[in-house]
Ligand binder design. Sequence first.
Ligand code: LLP
Length: 437
Amino acid sequence: MLILILGHQLPVAGITSNNDNMHEFKYKENKLYCENMEVRDLAEKFGTPLYVYSYKTLTDHFLKLKTAFRQVSPLICYSVKANSNLAILKALVDKGAGLDIVSGGELFRALIAGCPAERIVYASVGKTVKEIEEAIKKGILLFNVESLPELENINRVAKKLNKITKVAIRINPDVEAHTHHFITTGKITNKFGIDLSNATKILSLRRKLLNVNICGLHMHIGSQITKGAPFVQALKKVISFTIALKKDGVKLEFLNMGGGLGIIYDKETPQTAQEFAQKVLPLLKKINLKIIFEPGRFIAGNAGILVTKVLYIKNTPVRKFIIVDAGMNDLIRPALYGAYHNIIPLEGIGEGIGKVEKADVVGPICESGDFLAKERLLPCVEEGDYLAVMSSGAYGFSMSSNYNSRRKATEIMVRKDRARVIRRRDTYQDMVRNEII
Ligand code: LLP
């Protein structure tokens, strides 16, 4: 679907995609809806900046992956870091998801959201003794181990607790994921995982480490990967390694493929879950291991938008600035990675009918890096209009901060014709609660 403005075709985030099921943010008679609720009504009722999530989009993406891989019935551990709101976690856990965590804080959230401990996997290069201890006590499924000292530490903690805990070795397969260099994790120059030769050495120590059961391999090569080839390349290496290990008598139980599946923000043409499955299933069937996935963005990315209000229009001799009430503290991806998020009006064509203009969409924060879009062709908007920043469900709110002492945004979940606040906007009191004069 395209909105036609004066001969320019203004793409509407994702709705332009060949995949019409991509999300539930659609124009009906020129008004943007989330499922059955008009987004403008939501903005007026709950105020802006406002994160709006679609329950259907969220759970559909989980189910798409589950269905595509049903032949190997994987454990899909949603990556909490993408969007850690308890209501989001609960919605997915209720559909059968496990959770991928990276800190004691995420473990705390996962358990409050009702995730059974045996569906939790724990990655991170810097797990502390206290975090390891809590995770063992709660009985999580697996630690994804990123170095020998960490493995020795887990062994020590488990011994102290008189437990034997399961671990997977995170392999760094040294492949190029063809994504932003900040979110590439499977190159040998990255801090993540263990190269194959060190992994072999570590595995040879397994009989000495009596309180860990090394029973799996893990990989995660990066994020927003739109093609299948890097996954296939990495998987081939990891699978050959499991086969070699089996010959040496090392029996494994799990293969965790990590996350990283890319979504449509702009003109990307990522593989669908089905296409991805077609590429990797033949490889997965070669081994008889329980498959784990850790997708974050694929599930939450297109399930959320950030709604913001236009505060001022500022024209300078060289630029037009649309100053909005959401800033880099609400959505840091454009500032941090130069990431593209489509921005669309809540009323399809609205006041500026017939006109589009190039403008920078900027926030109120005192940094030149505080922008949501640069030199973007947008329909003419006026003060008081609302804009939707699309595909903000993953790494949006979860990376937000109180910078400039701005209150974190309200988050709401829409399910059919009901909208529910799933996080209240911070109060000023919330922001100073832990401070001491
Ligand atoms: N597993 C591990 C071990 C990870 O480190 C990550 C993400 C995931 C799974 C989930 O990856 P996903 O399926 O969401 O691609 N803030 C960045 C993305 C950082 C990703 C960090 N690790 C962004 O906004 O693009």
